[in-house]
Write a protein of this length. Structure first.
Ligand SMILES: Cc1cc2nc3c(=O)[nH]c(=O)nc-3n(C[C@H](O)[C@H](O)[C@H](O)COP(=O)(O)O)c2cc1C
Length: 180
């Protein structure tokens, strides 16, 4: 299949996830176009060129990147008419706290309501704490959030929660279902 991957990122983890997804899908025989939604000169990609589309974005203060929401909103009709998946990258997905997961589901329903796009599949992907990218205040806020969750973090080091093997399992299943 020819697959478009379009992603939004604030601190870089969703770029890393999207590159991993692109490499893996190529390895299993698909052809990929990978676009960073905010950097693309033509984010209104001609979706009819693709058999399937995978969007990825991360949650910051309860919202996905606005450029990604805008892309999904503008292209909702085309996206709803093709095979799609949404990778939602967050810290809440790294744990099993019920209220965190409630928050994730709220973020997603706000996103689908705002954009009018209903992905065939949503995969919640655990993200990362990227202290090397944060300024002083962001670092302080993230250390406070981690402490509230009793997670041990060393603010001199990035901490990655992404489960790369689980992502491969999701991609295997999704690629088969999208190809039928
Ligand atoms: C300022 C800030 C706010 C965040 N807000 C949330 C949030 O509301 N819910 C959540 O689950 N994760 C939240 N996160 C965690 C991010 O989703 C996580 O770090 C993710 O890996 C970021 O992906 P990115 O590097 O692609 O931007 C937040 C992170 C930062 C730095």
């Amino acid at each position: 299949m020819k697959i478009l991957i379009i992603y939004g990122t604030t601190d870089g983890q969703t770029r890393k996830v999207s590159r991993f997804v692109a490499d893996y899908l190529v390895d299993i025989g698909h052809s990929i176009e990978l676009i960073h939604v905010a950097e693309s000169e033509d984010p209104d990609a001609e979706l009819s060129r693709f058999d399937a589309a995978l969007l990825a974005g991360s949650i910051h203060m309860g919202k996905f990147q606005s450029a990604l929401s805008e892309f999904a909103r503008k292209n909702s009709a085309a996206l709803n008419g093709m095979k799609t998946a949404f990778l939602s990258v967050s810290l809440s997905a790294a744990g099993s706290n019920e209220s965190d997961w409630g928050g994730l589901h709220d973020c997603l329903s706000n996103f689908t309501e705002e954009t009018g796009w209903n992905p065939d599949h949503v995969e919640h992907v655990a993200g990362a704490l990227r202290f090397e990218e944060y300024d002083y205040f962001k670092s302080l806020a993230m250390r406070w959030i981690a402490a509230k969750r009793e997670a041990e973090v060393d603010s001199k080091q990035n901490k990655e929660y992404t489960d790369w093997e689980a992502l491969k399992v999701f991609l295997d299943d999704w690629a088969v279902s999208a190809d039928t």
